[in-house]
Design a protein around this ligand. Structure first.
Ligand code: ARG
Length: 269
């Protein structure tokens, strides 16, 4: 059955964790007193980049800036669909300067960047499915931003409410497998949002709490290969049953900041 899944070559934007650290707490995973193993973080991140390249994907990198320890989480800085860049406005003042660095990278690469008026954290909360944008709110990105996203792209935006502070970004609770399907953790969503997801994706792969706590929903799929935390065992098995190929990549050091594979990866479409 896995022969039926066809990967598509992707272009990813990343940022090396040269200045990665946990220096403040803006989500329940962050403990500024618990040290990060900087060398291990570097190694884990390099392995992710190698895995992308080994699977035929293009990886571009933004130069990391000192004093911005979360800048490694490239997903939060923009969402790009059809070559149009919708930038970011971070909720936490500590992260606000990151936007300018990413905007500059995009401008240098020849893109115009739209700067949102409302708080909006890029692909952390805005997930392009191939048909519409699934948009998270509740902790970071606002409903006003959802309206701006719809106006900007002219694609339908479906607002989903997150209810568990551990899953503060949509990309910690849901990811897109391919043009037809997604995986998600139902309990991270309000009852109404759960119902919406059930209607849109009756065939979705549902994750357990353990999968979600292991950042298994913070995965990246190319349509066939799913770059996923090795600790998300049940979810990896469920994906394999559906013909996807789990590619385990351990980013345990980044979990200390509330991040994982998808957080470190922005897709340029
Ligand atoms: N420490 C970062 C924050 O709380 C982690 C961001 C994770 N990124 C993501 N796409 N979920 O903002």
């Amino acid at each position: 059955m896995s022969d039926t899944r066809v990967p598509r070559r992707r272009r990813y934007l990343v940022c090396e964790p040269r200045h990665f650290a946990v220096q403040y707490a803006i989500n329940p995973w962050m403990r500024p007193d618990a040290p990060v193993d900087v060398d291990l973080a570097q190694e884990q991140w390099q392995r992710l980049i190698r895995a992308y390249r080994d699977h035929g994907h293009t990886v571009d990198a933004v130069e990391p800036a000192p004093g911005l320890p979360d800048m490694v989480f490239a997903a939060n800085s923009a969402v790009v669909v059809g070559g149009r860049v919708f930038g970011s406005l971070f909720h936490a003042p500590e992260r606000r300067p990151e936007s300018t660095h990413y905007d500059t990278w995009f401008k240098t690469a020849g893109y115009d960047v739209y700067r949102p008026e409302s708080v909006c954290e890029g692909e952390g909360d805005l997930v392009w499915t191939g048909r519409y944008v699934l948009a998270g709110t509740g902790f970071r990105t606002t409903r006003e931003a959802h309206r701006e996203v719809q106006e900007f792209f002219g694609h339908p935006v479906i607002s989903l409410t997150l209810v568990d502070p551990r899953f503060y970004h949509l990309d910690t609770a849901l990811f897109v497998l391919d043009d037809d399907n997604i995986a998600y953790y139902p309990e991270a969503f309000s009852p109404g949002s759960r119902e919406v997801l059930g209607r849109l994706y009756p065939d979705a792969v549902l994750a357990t709490r353990d999968d979600a706590m292991a950042f298994g929903l913070n995965s990246v799929s190319d349509g066939r290969n799913v770059f996923i935390a090795p600790q998300a065992e049940a979810l990896s098995a469920a994906l394999a049953d559906r013909g996807y190929v789990p590619v385990p990549v351990d980013l345990s050091e980044f979990r200390k900041a509330g991040g994982g594979i998808k957080c470190c990866t922005q897709e340029i479409r």
